[in-house]
Design a protein around this ligand. Structure first.
Ligand code: S3P
Length: 441
């Protein structure tokens, strides 16, 4: 699929009230924990995107009965901690890094052998970050050269509990260790160098598992047991982020994003945009299943360049592609540092975004751990042109929003993977004012 997005200026503005699809991180975890629980769990608001569907199919392949999804509703008949069955073939997780890393932890303590594979992009992503700590626990996992997928896990190992000091800020690594810890005897603790998303800790508690969190350390005691519960998945703040930036940069915009998850480990995008001068208001704040949720209203504003505080980087790690677009529309310079993790996401998001921004005439310079962007606050911030998303969903959607301040048409190649996290993106974006067409390539 390819997107063509018309340049905007005078007429371009985002308006209306929309609900973006369900949170990807929470959707993955709801399937995993629901499957391991005793009893049936009902999920609503589940993300029917390729990534979370791959997790769902993986558990079906391991013998879990799952009904749906039907308009975001899924019923999982849990099989208990030791009820999974050996799948007939390798589990194909497509583009889903979260699924592979969390499953590595969860499957390391099973009695059966299993192989985890992924698509071309996932097959290039580093897995040593999970196989190293899992090996320390006694797991037996083989990788392809350079610690890349596929992962071949040999079952029947008894895992030791341990304490792990994570070398990088990664919720996937933290979650992987905690999930393996549920199968080890005793207390497994993980300490992170910076705060990362805590959906695993929150949802394990909702499933009745004792998780102790003390500052930067989270611990779980094995052998653990999960009891079925119902989960209401909020709208994904990472998907909402495209509209937050779009509405901020397009004059005359006023949009409400409904029922968005505002877990404080995910709201870096709001804090960074506010530091840049964005007009963002939260209302109807409630708590659903241990996760805070709110409606978010965004009105256009004149943004200014900033040096993004490094402590906010892990709290907005998936939002940088679209934050780079915001920076290109901000007055003066925006500097991003401490974001080297962006180089090992679905694409090298520093290089791919710098290339695309430059192709659209933006003064953007990639650095080892971030970017320096010179913005243009008035008029067109982008030329028209063609950019490549390198099969990365968030790159495609970020450049779609750039069209709101582009002098000409933007063509975005390789957009199929938008379906991994945001099915229906083009239609929803069109409904609130983006002139976007999707074509089969
Ligand atoms: C995720 C954690 C983040 C994020 C990813 C989802 C999760 O990755 O980029 O999209 O659900 O745990 P890292 O934890 O590797 O930074």
């Amino acid at each position: 699929m390819k997107f063509t997005v018309q340049g905007g200026l005078e007429k371009a503005a985002l308006k209306g009230a929309i609900r973006v699809p369900g949170d990807k991180s929470i959707s993955h975890r709801s399937i995993m924990f629901g499957s391991l629980a005793e009893g049936s769990s009902h999920i609503s608001g589940f993300l029917e995107g390729e990534d979370s569907l791959n997790t769902l199919r993986a558990f079906q392949a391991m013998g879990v009965q799952i009904e749906g999804p039907d308009e975001g509703r899924v019923t999982i008949h849990g099989v208990g901690m030791n009820g999974l069955k050996a799948p007939e073939k390798a589990l194909d997780l497509g583009n889903a890094g979260t699924s592979m890393r969390l499953l590595a932890g969860l499957l390391a303590g099973q009695q059966f052998d299993v192989e985890l594979r992924g698509d071309v992009s996932l097959s290039k992503r580093p897995m040593k970050r999970v196989t190293d700590p899992l090996s320390q626990m006694g797991a037996k996992i083989e990788t392809a050269e350079g610690g890349k997928p596929p992962l071949k896990i040999t079952g029947g190992q008894s895992l030791n509990s341990f304490s792990y000091q994570m070398p990088m800020a990664s919720a996937q690594v933290k979650s992987c260790c905690l999930l393996a810890g549920m199968y080890a005897q005793g207390k497994t603790c993980v300490t992170e160098p910076a705060i990362t998303r805590d959906h695993t800790e929150r949802m394990l508690k909702a499933f009745g598992c004792k998780v102790e969190v003390n500052g930067d350390t989270a611990c779980v005691t094995g052998p653990a047991k999960l009891i079925a519960t119902d989960i209401d998945v909020p709208a994904d703040i990472s998907s909402a982020a495209f509209f937050m930036v779009g509405a901020s940069i397009a004059e005359g915009s006023d949009i409400v994003l409904q029922h968005v998850g505002i877990n404080p480990t995910r709201t870096g995008i709001i804090d960074i945009l506010k530091l840049m001068g964005a007009d963002i208001t939260l209302s109807n704040q409630i708590e659903v299943g241990g996760e805070p949720v709110a409606d978010i209203q965004i009105r256009s504003a004149k943004l200014k360049g900033i040096h993004v505080p490094e402590e906010l980087v892990p709290l907005a790690i998936d939002e940088f592609p679209v934050l780079f677009v915001a920076a290109a529309c901000a007055e003066g310079q925006t500097i991003i540092t401490g974001a080297e993790e962006l180089r090992v996401k679905e694409s090298d998001r520093i290089q791919v975004m710098a290339d695309g921004l430059q192709a659209l005439g933006v003064d953007a310079r990639a650095t080892d751990d971030g970017m320096v962007i010179q913005g243009r606050v008035d008029g067109a911030a982008f030329d028209g042109g063609t950019v490549h998303s390198h099969d990365d969903h968030r790159i495609a959607m970020a450049f779609a929003m750039a069209s709101l301040r582009a002098a000409g048409e933007i063509h975005i190649e390789d957009c199929d993977n938008v379906n991994t996290s945001f099915p229906g993106f083009a239609g929803l974006a069109r409904s609130c004012g983006l002139s976007i067409q999707a074509f089969d390539e």
